[in-house]
Design a binder for this molecule. Sequence first.
Ligand code: PMP
Length: 441
Amino acid sequence: VLGYFEQKCQASKRLAEQAATVIPGGIQHNLAFNYPFPLAMSKAEGAHLQDVDGNRYIDFLQAGGPTLLGSNDAVVQEKVIETLRECGPVTGLLHEYEFKLAELVCRHVPSVEMFRMLASGTESVMGAIRLARAYTGKKWVIKIGGAYHGWSDQLVYGMRIPGTGRREAVGIPRGATSHTQESFPNDLAAIRRRLQINRLRGGTAAIIVEPLGPESGTRPAHKDFNANLRKLCDEFGALLIFDEVVSGFRVGLSGAQGYFNVLPDLTIFGKCLTGGYPMAGGIGGRREVMMLLAGGIGGKQTKRAFVGGTLTANPLSCVAGYYSLIEMEKRNAPFLAGRAGDRLTAGLAQIIERRGLPYVVYNQGSVVHLQTSGVLLLNVRNPIQLLREVNPRKHMMEEMGAAYMAHGLVTLAGSRMYTSAADTDAIIDEALNRFDDVFGL
Ligand code: PMP
């Protein structure tokens, strides 16, 4: 495997070495590989990537999830170029596609009556929590252990490094996380206890969850978990926030809320919202709550939850989002990507079984999880224990990821894959042959 990188990836290696002199860590993407060194890509189309050395890959990273149509879709690209020619990248004033995108999101996502675009998933989570506190007048926020909601101070991933007491993300004052609480995945009784205690000390403003389960379903949500959270939120007067940055439009155009038939008060969007184009973020939800962004219903300006952003909702992002969603709808993209995810998962399960390997594979439509680290993490309930299990295996996952890469397969950290509507049966079957080769090493 290392021979592949040394022999076939010389241009990537040179670029990676240069990048490391001016970019901390040599790479700016959390999802990308840096083992043995990051590969640099120069072409992307549909289900394929090509690196600067001319090597081709089947792309199951799909930029971390936003390109449900496949990379660099020609129809969307054409619309973006048209808009760019007409009005440039930004004006700071209202644009027709701002309205058209918002209307489309409201039409597809059942709980969304109003929509506000923002620059990223991280920002949108920050905004939604601010809205929840402004609306309820309460202070606590409950998240689920292991969930990733972006890198804001109050929610940043992995609050402590197990066994050390050190924060995983440093530079955050204790006060910034002092009203964030973490609960075990799927543990409704613990969440109820927190809600009860919080009631006596300022109340719970919101429960925020990834509806597929923490880390895009790495610990999948139990069947009725989301519905039961809805009931708990109603009982205690907290808002339910779904972080649909990954699931939004991907598991269906109505998102995970359509799939589970559970309506949150607020929904966070990112990724698929702009089909991979920049500034992907947004908050949607009930009119009464959302109007606090504009000073309340009637715009009395008595109470306003402020959000902002110079380039937010620029014409290019909006037109990209609008036509990506229109094309996803026309081509039935969530279904096609989900079918590709099913085929990939079933094929991998067969190979794993035939080879008698201690691996686990499962999918939630087009989100495919492949655990090759030899432990069944699904049943680990305690997030601290989970990190203890995962951390020493990170390198193993990296090595698997590098082996996939050397066989022409790009994955997310060697353990997760996003399929797209561009994944034909033939592409999935070719990928399965390559996985079989890696598992045979
Ligand atoms: N929430 C979830 C569930 C995510 O997966 C991510 C990004 N992977 C975020 C929030 C943060 O979004 P962004 O990277 O756009 O800030």
